[in-house]
Design a protein around this ligand. Structure first.
Ligand SMILES: Nc1nc(=O)c2ncn([C@H]3C[C@H](O)[C@@H](CO)O3)c2[nH]1
Ligand SMILES: O=P(O)(O)OP(=O)(O)OP(=O)(O)O
Ligand SMILES: [Mg+2]
Length: 504
């Protein structure tokens, strides 16, 4: 009996209208081709072209957006996947691991996970995330939802305040308050592909983007054994039932990850570390020569023949000889990227293979490129230089503050929808508000139909007479607002904000 049988992991079935019975290799390949079509053609992928990677609202099209970044991650992911499979083939392990007829799907799942990995990111990246969470935290104050009701609970929403003697309801209120204040791009990605866009992808393909395994409502310390995997929230209460099923379909224990996700994560790390620096040069934040100096200074002790010499020094030396008669900057980045990939990709692939005993069940509690090797040190070097010299650049920080302000401003504008009682909100949903609620009606009309449908569908499963009804209703209303605002591109959010503030 093989140690790892990937046929039990690469589950090609779907939640709805799934292909039935046994499938040939050819048929399984077609199922994953169908996933590719669904992903590449989805509006959420297209919206990535106007979302920030590092530089918000960038007009220079040579600077990366989330979409061009994701295409690069896809390429690196494919390279790692091929490397893993070639190594297994050399060691005659493909058949033993149940992969001999699944190499195509293996690569495809990795590629598409990479292309989708940022699909749920809100406008303005981490600043958008922070703005959403700060705004809701000020109103729901999850810290006051302690084990017993507090007399001075600062939660501004009456239906979410805890009450003496209502244990079960209080548990739900506590969960909801925490969940709503933990908006996170990866969790939103799961919600987007499953609930909002109903892409009905294979279980394996969704497994590939479940990056963190902490429920968003989770409070208290995470188990040491899964601390890395639970570093951030990975899914919301609204998708809890779906994730339970996903885990079952992929044979994953609680808080465990799908094996191919480690490859997506490594591809992202390898890809953006050089790309962010290249974009900074394109933006004239520093020159290639200044960057080379920053990298030299940050590496510290130089030894001839060490990884820095093989990758960075070598790239610089080659670009200086400039045998191709091209710009030094272009040459430098070409060599830097090639040298970096040539070192980090094989290393990530080998780490994946060496750690299969814990990666296969999903409990390897690190990133592939996070250890005390020179390879991880190189990755960290790039990231440190970016943090010190790029992300903290005054122009970048100025735009980030504006992005934060825009998201908070939009939430303020839509706040009237969250101040309504459940009955009034129902009038809006049923288009029955007449001339009452003029502002709320207009705000409601601006929400996307797709998001409104998700609210209606979620509420159709909650009985109006149940005590939990007002809590779930408010929860899904908050989700609706977060879905709408996080689904905007940077530019759309910026334009909406200005229009609704009536400044133009
Ligand atoms: N503008 C900006 N400010 C930050 O504080 C920051 N931190 C990380 N990043 C970029 C790096 C990767 O491309 C990508 C993933 O980390 O996001 C940032 N970008
Ligand atoms: O690319 P981002 O902005 O999602 O940032 P990250 O460094 O990939 O972080 P995460 O682990 O939250 O996806
Ligand atoms: Mg990410």
């Amino acid at each position: 009996m093989a140690e790892f049988d990937f046929r039990n992991k690469i589950n090609w079935r779907r939640r709805y209208r799934s292909p039935q019975g046994l499938k040939s290799e050819h048929e399984i390949v077609r199922i994953f081709e169908s996933d590719r079509g669904r992903i590449v053609n989805s509006p959420a992928i297209r919206r990535l072209q106007q979302k920030t990677q590092v530089f918000p609202l960038e007009r220079n099209a040579a600077v990366r957006t989330r979409l061009t970044h994701s295409m690069e991650v896809q390429q690196v992911g494919r390279y790692i996947a091929k490397e893993v499979l070639s190594r297994l083939k050399e060691r005659r392990l493909l058949a033993e691991y149940g992969l001999d007829e699944l190499t195509g799907p293996f690569e495809s799942i990795v590629e598409m996970s990479c292309l989708m990995h940022d699909i749920g990111n809100p406008p303005f990246g981490h600043f958008g995330e922070a703005a959403i969470n700060d705004w809701f935290r000020q109103r729901l104050v999850p810290a006051d939802a302690t084990s017993q009701p507090l007399s001075g609970d600062r939660c501004q929403v009456a239906v979410l305040q805890l009450h003496e003697g209502e244990e079960a309801l209080n548990d739900l209120r506590r969960k909801v308050r925490n969940d709503i204040c933990q908006f996170e791009g990866n969790a939103q990605g799961i919600r987007l592909v499953h609930t909002l866009l109903r892409m009905n992808l294979t279980w394996a393909q969704v497994g590939g983007i479940l990056k963190y395994t902490r429920p968003a409502w989770f409070t208290g310390p995470t188990p040491e054994s899964h601390s890395y995997l639970m570093k951030k929230p990975g899914f919301y209460l609204s998708e809890e039932e779906y994730i339970v099923r996903l885990r079952k379909e992929l044979s994953l224990d609680e808080y465990c990850r799908f094996p191919l996700t480690w490859i997506m994560e490594a591809a992202d790390d390898i890809s953006y570390c050089v790309a962010d620096l290249e974009d900074a040069v394109e933006k004239r934040i520093f020159s290639a020569e200044q960057l080379y100096q920053h990298l030299r200074d940050a590496w510290g002790d130089h030894q001839s023949g060490d990884l820095f010499a093989q990758v960075v020094q070598n790239a610089w030396d080659k670009s200086m000889t400039n045998s191709m008669q091209r710009s030094v900057e272009d040459q430098f980045f070409m060599y830097l990227r090639v040298n970096t990939l040539n070192k980090l990709v094989p290393y990530a692939a080998q780490r994946f293979i060496d750690n299969l005993p814990t990666i296969f069940p999903g409990c390897f509690n690190h990133a592939l490129l996070e250890d005390d090797s020179p390879y991880s040190r190189l990755l960290k070097l790039y990231k440190n230089v970016a943090v010190r010299h790029v992300f903290s650049h005054p122009d970048v920080e100025q735009l980030e503050l504006q992005g934060y302000r825009v998201i908070k401003g939009l939430l303020d504008i839509y706040q009237p929808l969250l101040l309504l009682g459940a009955d009034d909100f129902r009038l809006l949903v049923e288009e029955a508000s007449g001339r009452r609620l003029p502002i709320e009606t207009r705000l409601f009309h601006k929400l996307s139909g797709r998001h409104r449908l998700a609210y209606i569908e979620a509420m159709s499963h909650v009985n109006r007479n149940d005590a939990v009804f007002p809590v779930w209703e408010y929860y899904y209303r908050c989700r609706l607002i977060q879905d709408y605002i996080s689904g905007m591109t940077d530019l759309y959010a910026w334009d909406e904000y200005r229009k609704l503030m009536a400044v133009e």
